[in-house]
Write a new protein. Sequence first.
Length: 97
Amino acid sequence: MRAIIDPHFRGFEWDDNKAASNYRKHRITFEEAAEALSHPHLERESERKGEARVLAICPLSNQIIAVVFVMRGDLCRIISARAARTNEQREYRQILA
């Protein structure tokens, strides 16, 4: 994973139905995910369905979350947000805490 110390996104977008589904499942809003992405975080890129996706491990209040997003032009499109797994939290703390 690589550290992103000073993140800049021109804006955020998401599918409202997916955001509602994600909140029911993980209790994290996409608005909270967008806020978390504005702080220093870790990123790992992968490809899924022919599209470059990014897994970001970010701080949110008193927890660490994982946000999956894609860049669509200048906009960050949030795909999902959940609590970070134990190994993801450990890696975040080792590198950025």
